[in-house]
Design a binder for this molecule. Structure first.
Ligand code: PLP
Length: 383
């Protein structure tokens, strides 16, 4: 993947920077697109990556957009997506954001509380519109992922309580909304797919209940959450869309006019991105070998925020002895640590270090903390 020619090119660039391998992105999009049935639609979860070039590539595959703020919606419209391919989730949409979504005729809102539903009705009334909404239901399913990215258990803030679904058919009588679907998203980075089987069961129960009570919904949006291989990314550059899509397409009971919608982020873009940085200093302190890089938690916050692990490679060293390193950034916080006791070839000041699997939730979660500069992004087809 990192040929000597590419490493030579990297060596001339100022670090740190993100590098995107567009062919990895396209292979994931090809694999996903080939599995979709006419009753499937995928919305790319743009929170995972907002880079315009990445969005342009995704737009070539006819995916819609799952947005969680009106700024994300605006950004996607500016980057060529159609409003009627955009869905809008988020537990705390402001009145202004809702109005803007209505005015722009987005496909539908994923509504996270009954109060929000009434607000959408009233704002739609003011604008003389009827707005499509899909009700996000919290199905109370626990999954084996970091607690901070689990979103569908009873103590999470998202969606409406499963026990409140009896209100839904009545609320559909509000004159300025049309309840066109239900929505779930139970968590992110799920490798074990069994929670999705529980989700299908709950979804089937809910759709039958709604049908019995006179509400025939059109879309069942099962969210995203498919995990990627952070430990050995090169062995699994293409995500396991096959099992994921097949699971829902076989386990969700669908009527003729119904569709299954997906909102995938990490599994589409995760493996195509890398963070490339340079070792500023190597030092021994007490019993530890520290490598201090020029990239920090402001460029890749996942390890500090979720204790997550990324594969780390030294792509310039010729050494063949290994040492255990604490690999850290320059930010003035001890949480600015990418890995502890990480086995790496003997590394020195000036070596280039690559963090793998940085296509999702790296650039999009970056910040200017410590007033550090924004960093550049480079792409395999133009570098
Ligand atoms: N849908 C919703 C509502 C989300 O909150 C998220 C992520 O947080 C996603 C989809 C995408 O998740 P993933 O990137 O794990 O596919």
């Amino acid at each position: 993947m990192f040929t000597s020619q590419l490493v030579k090119r990297f060596s001339k660039l100022s670090t740190p920077f993100y590098y995107y391998d567009i062919s990895v992105l396209e292979k994931n999009l090809d694999s996903l697109s080939h599995l979709l049935k006419p009753f499937n639609k995928v919305f790319f979860s743009v929170k995972s990556n907002t880079n315009p070039k990445i969005l342009k590539t995704i737009n070539n595959y006819n995916l819609g957009i799952d947005a969680v703020s009106f700024n994300e919606i605006k950004h996607c419209i500016n980057n060529g997506f159609n409003c009627d391919d955009i869905v809008f989730a988020g537990v705390g949409k402001t009145d202004r954001e809702i109005e803007n979504g209505i005015k722009n005729n987005i496909s539908y809102f994923n509504v996270e509380s009954l109060q929000e539903l009434e607000l959408i009705n009233s704002l739609s009334n003011n604008l003389s519109k009827v707005t499509n909404v899909s009700i996000r239901i919290n199905p109370n399913i626990k999954c084996d992922t970091n607690k901070k990215i689990q979103t569908g258990s009873s103590d999470d803030k998202f969606g409406i309580d499963l026990n409140d679904i009896s209100y839904i058919p009545k609320l559909n009588q509000l004159s300025n909304i049309n309840i066109s679907g239900i929505h779930f998203h139970i968590g992110s980075q799920l490798i074990d797919l069994s929670p999705f089987i529980s989700l299908c069961k709950k979804s089937n129960e809910i759709t039958s209940y709604l049908k019995e009570n006179g509400l025939n919904i059109k879309t069942i949006n099962v969210g995203g959450g498919l995990g990627i291989d952070y430990e050995e990314p090169e062995k699994n550059l293409i995500s396991n869309f096959k099992d994921f899509i097949h699971l829902f397409n076989t386990k969700i009971n669908l009527d003729d006019n119904q569709s299954i919608h997906f909102e995938l982020g990490r599994s589409i873009v995760g493996q195509c991105g890398f963070l490339v940085s340079r070792i500023l200093y190597s030092k021994k302190s007490y019993n530890k070998n520290f490598l201090i890089l020029d990239s920090g938690m402001n460029n890749l916050i996942r390890p500090a925020l979720y204790n997550s692990n990324h594969k780390i490679s030294n792509i310039t060293s010729n050494q063949n002895t290994y040492l255990n390193y604490d690999i850290v950034g320059p930010i003035c916080e001890s949480s600015d640590t990418f890995a502890r006791n990480y086995p790496l070839v003997k590394s020195e000041r000036g070596d280039l270090i690559v963090f793998h699997s940085c296509g999702a939730y790296a650039e999009s979660m970056s910040s200017n903390y410590n007033l550090r500069d924004n960093i550049n992004s480079y792409f395999s087809d133009t570098i």
